[in-house]
Design a protein. Structure first.
Length: 327
């Protein structure tokens, strides 16, 4: 049917329809911006924008946020990184580092195995000081005495393996003795993912309570990574790899009571310096704090939380990198 209205009228009507459509589109855009907080999921600048609230990323964004943090800290501090943590009931990983020598982080299951053995024999009073020294100061002699208390090297490795497997961690410390680079339990290859698996049930293991107690009282000079975070019960390990790189790694439980998340991190600085590794570890830990908090609300809390009888982490301030270097 032909429109018989005058041409000016038809043009005015057309403009009115177009204007109405544009207003509807504008209203929809404004509504979307209000709901998403103004920037939706778009990245801006150098990629530092975050989805979710100011307290942390939305649950669906946790994997992407970990990737973003690892990438940024890696670029800022010229280092290779690895992060594993629990979220949504599974272990998430980001970064290039995963399978590394355990270094002193193995002192945790060694101490638990020694405590289990001592409880069976009524000799816990003889190893209490060594557990404290091995956990709070990473004392090598104390850790060796704990391992020696288990019997021969093979018996010690078997006891260490039993503790790991009790938590669900498949790492085989006994098999590691046959590796060409093995000189002691610190040479065991312990992946970041497996450390998170171990930490997830660590607090349920017999003999873990005194060890977890001391892991919350690490001396300030060794608390520049996970140790700067609230409620951290952790252990670090560090040293030069066979290829000349320098590794700093840490694992444990981070968070307040009933919100502890198992986490493991590793840093290999390009310049091979311990001070650079510690600076990167601290930056990484601080950047991960809101992610860990979000993970606690998203199925990331450890299956076994630290018992109420274990004291809170030390209130003593960690040492800064500058203070560490000035020693």
């Amino acid at each position: 049917m032909t429109d018989t209205r005058p041409a000016p009228t038809r043009r005015r009507l057309g403009r009115w329809i177009v204007g109405t459509v544009l207003l509807v589109i504008l209203a929809v855009v404004v509504a979307v911006l209000i709901v998403t907080g103004g920037d939706g999921d778009a990245a801006a600048g150098d990629g530092d924008s975050r989805a979710g609230s100011a307290d942390g990323p939305d649950p669906d964004r946790i994997p992407a946020e970990i990737d973003r943090i690892v990438g940024k800290v890696s670029r800022d501090y010229d280092a290779s990184l690895g992060v594993s943590l629990k979220s949504d009931g599974e272990v998430l990983h980001a970064g290039d580092l995963q399978e590394l020598h355990a270094w002193s982080t193995t002192k945790v299951p060694v101490a638990i195995a020694a405590q289990q053995h001592a409880e069976k024999n009524g000799t816990t009073r003889y190893i209490a000081d060594d557990i404290a020294a091995a956990m709070t100061m990473s004392d090598n002699d104390a850790a060796m005495r704990l391992f020696a208390s288990l019997g021969s090297w093979q018996r010690g490795s078997a006891a260490l393996t039993a503790v790991l497997k009790e938590s669900g961690d498949p790492t085989d410390a006994l098999a590691a003795e046959s590796e060409p680079d093995y000189t002691g339990f610190g040479d065991i290859h312990w992946s970041l993912d497996n450390q998170v698996t171990f930490a997830d049930r660590m607090a349920c293991l017999d003999g873990s309570e005194p060890v977890l107690d001391e892991m919350g009282q690490v001396i300030p000079v060794h608390r520049m990574g996970l140790g700067v975070l609230p409620g951290a019960r952790f252990k670090g390990g560090w040293g030069p790899e066979n290829d000349g790189t320098y590794v700093l790694r840490e694992f444990g439980l981070v968070g307040e009571k009933d919100r502890q998340v198992p986490v493991a991190i590793a840093v290999v600085p390009d310049d091979g310096l311990d001070s650079a590794a510690r600076e990167a570890a601290q930056a990484l830990a601080e950047a991960l704090e809101p992610v860990l908090d979000a993970a606690a609300d998203n199925g990331g809390t450890a299956e076994c939380q630290v018992p109420a009888g274990v004291p809170d982490a030390s209130d003593e301030e960690p040492m800064s990198v500058e203070e560490f270097m000035a020693q």
